[in-house]
Design a protein around this ligand. Structure first.
Ligand SMILES: [Fe+2]
Length: 207
């Protein structure tokens, strides 16, 4: 029998959340309050977990993230108990702010949830190929597109999304990504998170 096997997959979750408007209002208020208390909120990402609060927005988002992790584990076929913690931080990005290519060491999964994006049209003075506020993810097999031809699955080494408020995305923590600059006077606000496993020897594959 001839088999066609997709080797070395990269599982990526894109999930627009229903009824996000009210929780987003509370989360934006919450992030703005946190930023008033700490002007370096976005760069002090290890110290300020916006989901470690018992209030409506954080409680809602925590539940949504946990549901998404459960769905991810089910989809990849993990059928045993897994325990994790959510380490979250807020990103408030203003005109010119961006995040250069990076991954999230020691995170099993990573993700971002979008609270607010600029709504104004890009300014005419910018180059036509800039993609403000997009996020790009890169094929971890660097250079795999080198000899690809039209229609084969290796052509595009980059996967790019223009997020909208209410969108939750999640991916393996090792996946490199780049957050394109905000080129608006309006802020872009998101919450990023790492899913950190509470270790158990049961996670070790059978040799
Ligand atoms: Fe990131």
């Amino acid at each position: 029998m001839t088999e066609f096997i997709d080797l070395f997959p990269t599982k990526f979750v894109k999930r627009p959340l229903a009824d996000f408007e009210e929780p987003n209002r509370d989360l934006i208020k919450h992030v703005r309050e946190m930023e008033k208390a700490n002007k370096s909120l976005t760069t002090d990402y290890r110290e300020n977990n916006p989901l470690e609060y018992d209030r409506a927005g954080p409680n809602w988002l925590r539940a949504q993230i946990n549901d998404t992790v459960i769905a991810y584990l089910k989809d990849v076929g993990i059928d045993y108990a897994v325990n994790w913690q959510i380490h979250a931080w807020a990103n408030v990005n203003r005109m010119g702010d961006y995040q250069d290519p990076h991954n999230h060491p020691h995170a099993y999964l990573s993700g971002t949830y979008y609270l607010k994006l600029p709504t104004d049209a890009p300014k005419k003075r910018h180059r036509s190929d800039v993609r403000p506020n997009h996020i790009s993810f890169y094929d971890p097999r660097t250079g795999f597109n080198m000899t690809s031809i039209k229609r084969d699955p290796y052509v595009d080494p980059e996967f790019t999304v223009l997020p909208e408020p209410g969108l939750l995305m999640m991916w393996p923590g090792s996946l490199m990504h780049f957050v394109h600059p905000n080129l608006s006077d309006e802020t872009r606000i998101s919450l990023s998170f790492n899913i950190v496993l509470k270790w158990s020897d049961d996670y070790l594959p059978t040799q």
